[in-house]
Ligand binder design. Structure first.
Ligand SMILES: NC(=O)N[C@@H](CC(=O)O)C(=O)O
Ligand SMILES: [Zn+2]
Length: 428
């Protein structure tokens, strides 16, 4: 039995227009994409889903997420996290190793893959830690982690402070054709700070996190990437200086790629309403000048992909206030509506540009087989209602994390159904 998705609006990259199509899925693969103008296909004996003119896209890919399992299941687990991802239109997500235990052994990598098989509903790609316990002191066993299924190495949550340690990691990763993914942060520059250096910090008498705490690592690591030849990927770029360094490195042919989060594209420190920890994340919301720089970086290809950095925390943890609460905001269930409403509906970006940065670009950067809607491709598919306007209500998030600064925002472009490997895993 096949599945037909009827009357879906599909983006045509060549023409820059959407076209009405019928899509046939068989055995988890896109078997046929037919023009709707040629009439209704014979769906006899097959399952049908009528997209009714809604957008049909390759499923979104999110290469930076925190699923919190093992160890922090009160914040999120693989069951709730993958359901939240599916509700955001994501079909493949890559999870960070700052779990408990840290994902620094083959056993924990296998645990994540096994739990995903048991309880998950989207594809989960685990990253493994660069250093044991993410302490920056001793490299993990890269070979066994790769063998167990890790797709790259990162100490996300903290920066690798020691340059020799990072260089050793890059050399080793390069020798096994694996990427190094870096949370860029110099610890000595950020002590006691919760928000960026800027107007909000100044107005509230707070110490700020300076831009160079991120950019120093980006600059250092670009030089190390050049020396080692590794594929170096920069996490959650937030500053004008980092964009400048990455742009320059790319001009020299250094193998660097980078990601940016919706919140860094949409909010600045000047939007922070008060000492509310739902506005606290790492890297922090930067100045309007930085927001402009990351937008331009994404537009000109300096920044390759959009990721959510979905970082759920419990209400109790966030209630500790701006200075004491952990860094991080949830991302899955607001990412596409935010970007679509803010950048596509306003005419700043084409729909195709946004889709590319959330599908085929992450697939290209991380050499994944998914991310395209074409005959023969894996049927990871997202249906989105571009015309539906709805208010963000954190209480109705599927994620255990309700920590978002976007509560109450009125947005368009809500995911309506999500298929993974040809199977409907979530619908409105
Ligand atoms: N981004 C965050 O603010 N927090 C992340 C860690 C990280 O990605 O740096 C988390 O694990 O909570
Ligand atoms: Zn990080």
């Amino acid at each position: 039995m096949a599945t037909w998705i009827l009357n879906g609006l599909v983006w045509n990259e060549a023409t820059g227009e959407t076209e009405l199509k019928h899509i046939r899925i068989a055995e988890g693969i896109i078997a046929e994409i037919a023009d709707a103008s040629a009439g209704q296909p014979d769906t006899n004996g097959h399952e049908t889903v009528d997209a009714n003119g809604k957008l049909v896209s390759a499923g979104f890919i999110d290469m930076h997420v925190h699923l919190r399992e093992p160890g922090f299941e009160h914040k999120e687990d693989i069951a709730s996290g993958t359901r939240s991802a599916a509700a955001g239109g994501f079909t493949t997500i890559a999870c960070m190793p700052n779990t408990r235990p840290v994902t620094d052994t083959a056993e924990t990598v296998r645990f994540i893959l096994d739990r995903t098989a048991e309880t998950g509903i989207v594809n989960v790609l685990p990253y493994a830690a660069i250093t044991k316990n993410e302490l920056g002191r001793e490299l993990t066993d890269f070979a066994s982690l790769k063998e167990a299924g890790a797709i790259g190495f990162t100490d996300d949550g903290v920066g690798v402070q020691n340059a020799q340690m990072m260089k050793d990691a890059m050399n080793l990763a390069a020798s096994m054709d694996m990427p190094v993914i870096a949370h860029c942060e110099d610890d000595s520059l950020v002590v006691g700070a919760a928000v960026t250096e800027g107007k909000f910090a100044a107005a509230n008498g707070l110490k700020g996190i300076p831009n160079e705490s991120e950019a120093i690592h980006v600059g250092r690591d670009i030089l190390l990437a050049e020396a080692t030849g590794v594929h170096y990927h920069v996490c959650h770029v937030s500053t004008e200086q980092s964009v400048r360094l990455i742009r320059h490195a790319k001009q020299f042919g250094i193998k660097v790629t980078a990601e940016v989060c919706p919140h860094h594209l949409i909010l600045s420190d000047e939007d922070i309403p008060g000492m509310d920890a739902n506005w606290k994340m790492n890297p922090p919301l930067r100045t309007p000048r930085d927001v402009q720089a990351v937008i331009e970086g994404l537009e000109d290809g300096t920044l390759d992909i959009i990721v959510t950095d979905h970082a759920p925390h419990s209400a109790e943890e966030k209630a500790r206030g701006m200075m004491l609460a952990p860094f991080g905001i949830t991302g899955f269930e607001t990412a596409f509506p935010l970007l679509y409403t803010k950048f596509v509906r306003t005419g700043k970006w084409t729909l195709g540009f946004l889709l590319k940065r959330m599908t085929s670009d992450p697939a290209r950067v991380f050499r994944l087989a998914s991310g395209v809607l074409k005959v023969g491709a894996i049927a990871d598919i997202t249906i989105v209602d571009l015309e539906q306007e709805r208010e963000v209500n954190p209480d109705s998030f599927i994620s255990k994390g309700k920590n978002t600064p976007f509560g109450g925002w009125k947005l368009y472009g809500w995911p309506a159904a999500t298929f993974v490997n040809g199977k409907l895993v979530w619908s409105e």
